[in-house]
Design a protein around this ligand. Structure first.
Ligand SMILES: [Zn+2]
Length: 236
């Protein structure tokens, strides 16, 4: 395999020549780099043409990558984007005084030691994330327990990689992913309703979805919104 760099219409392309049948184009996370794998015999002219044909897709995919809530290895540096309730805000980092995090509606202001590690910064951010989610959930749980006619014992938050929430129907405990605070409120509400409906129906079957449609008629739209934003996380 041979890798070279090409500039095509202002796009910097990482070109890999290898034993493949077709041209293949990928936009890579987290920086939106473009990588093309091409058969050895394809001319640079054909590759340029291929890039031009796919320009719209490249730009759209780059925009999606740029808006991903879960960026790969965030550094939490000044100017980074912070996702909060479906919006993005710039992170402002300053040093001195006690560690703190304040959101003023325009930016997320992190105060930490000048040499604070990435994980120390992340810890401060996630404490804030958790407190913001914790502040909103009691109302959501109150309303939806009443609407659905179920009662839980307890709910709590945890950062998780693979699921938005879970419901222990025996103990009537609901666990939600702290990451949810990055997404639009309607998506958070959808996950809460989903978990509460498990108290009526354990499985993901027709009965379960009938309850979902009864209590949250637009649940499918909310679900695809959540997964639409998040699905690219697993796409390289
Ligand atoms: Zn479920």
């Amino acid at each position: 395999m041979k890798t070279s760099l090409l500039d095509i219409d202002g796009f910097e392309i990482e070109l890999q020549r290898k034993r493949v049948r077709n041209l293949n184009l990928r936009v890579l996370r987290p920086d939106g780099r473009i990588r093309i794998s091409a058969p050895y015999f394809t001319s640079n002219q054909d590759i340029s043409q291929f890039v031009r044909e796919n320009r719209a897709w490249i730009e759209k995919t780059r925009a999606q990558i740029a808006s991903l809530p879960l960026t790969v290895s965030p550094q939490y540096q000044d100017g980074d984007r912070i996702h909060f309730l479906g919006q993005q805000y710039p992170l402002r980092v300053s040093s001195g005084g006690r560690s703190s995090l304040a959101f003023d509606g325009d930016s997320v202001n992190l105060r930490c030691r000048a040499n604070a590690s990435v994980s120390a910064r992340e810890k401060i951010l996630y404490q804030w994330y958790a407190s913001e989610l914790e502040a909103r959930l009691p109302d959501v749980f109150r309303q939806w327990q009443q609407t659905i006619g179920v009662a839980i014992q307890h709910w709590h938050l945890r950062r998780m990689k693979s699921k938005w929430g879970s419901c222990n129907i025996v103990d009537k405990k609901i666990l939600l992913n702290t990451e949810l605070i990055k997404y639009p409120f309607e998506c958070i509400e959808y996950v809460v309703v989903h978990e509460l409906v498990h108290l009526l129906e354990r499985g993901h079957n027709a009965r379960f979805y009938a309850f979902m449609s009864r209590y949250l008629p637009d649940w499918k739209a909310r679900k695809s919104k959540l997964n639409g934003i998040a699905k690219f996380i697993d796409v390289d």
